[in-house]
Design a protein around this ligand. Sequence first.
Ligand code: NAD
Length: 334
Amino acid sequence: MKVAVFSTESYDRHFLDLSNLSAGNNHQFVYYENRLEPKSGSLAKGSQAICAFVNDDLGAETLKILAEQGIKLITLRCTGFNNVDLAEASKLGIKVLRVSSYSPYSVAEHAVGLILMLNRKLYRAYNRVRDDNFSLAGLLGFDLHGKICGVIGTGKIGLCFAKIMSGFGCNVLGYDTQPNSKFTELANATYVELEELLSRSDIISLHCPLLPQTYHLINKDTIALMKPGVMLINTSRGALVDTLATIEGIKSHRIGYLGIDVYEEEEELFFRDWTGKIIQDDIFQLLQSFHNVVITAHQAFFTENALNDITKTTIENLTDFEKGNPLINEVSVK
Ligand code: NAD
């Protein structure tokens, strides 16, 4: 099948080509670096399917343009599908398939990486030692052992994260609208209501999807419930967090550490090199300026293992659609 692949980088092309080759080279990829949005939708002309990523715009306007080009299938190279207007896709007869699971360790381990980076101030220590400054002043951390770690969303990634934190000797509090018995089997792990998790945790990590119900889950009111000096980690989706409320939380010292891999206005920024250019997003620049904030640019998924899983499933999704097999990774309006 001919597939227009949007938002591609060299690594996407490398892993997709490898997975395609090992599955018999049945699909023909046309690679575009462009982000998919209404103005780039016509690039899909001549393809039967498109392949998109987290920050591609699959709103109603783009979907209509894709349908006009004859697109019948959207394959997402990610688990989240918050960027797709599923009702519109269904109306237009376009199927939407995703990668429903891939190495959950990639994201869970990155979240732990952010915690250690903040807690032990590794980002400051690294630069300091390179400057031949071996003073420890300002680098004081705390033991994770015995701390209370709250996990919001205990699905594949949240469970994996909870296991690691339980291994550190943390007491793990979980909140999920669909509790999972595997979570309660972990040492020192219990489910509590959201308010209790927010008010008792020393560290809070977000692992739930972005849905209308979870938009700005972390806001002025929920931040007010948190322990002073709390560490907040978001490797899930930017819009789970109200950035302005978080900035206020940092300024009032309620939030003592912030580690994020996602940002609610990341579409225009992430996955691009802005070196030497002027970033116009004042809120992002303000966030960057705090000494207790660490930002990575949506790289939590970025391991060899995860990219192998993602591209292998993407190829399987294309082949299932082409052969009329059951579409096990289909997402549709509930
Ligand atoms: P999953 O579906 O296995 O788990 C999500 C969990 O969240 C489920 O247990 C679900 O019941 C729970 N949930 C749903 N609504 C909730 C709510 N209102 N409150 C609390 N919990 C709720 O998904 P996953 O594979 O663990 O992925 C989780 C999220 O991680 C994805 O939705 C995606 O946004 C994000 N993600 C980020 C990256 C990255 O590179 N930064 C990569 C992959 C996934």
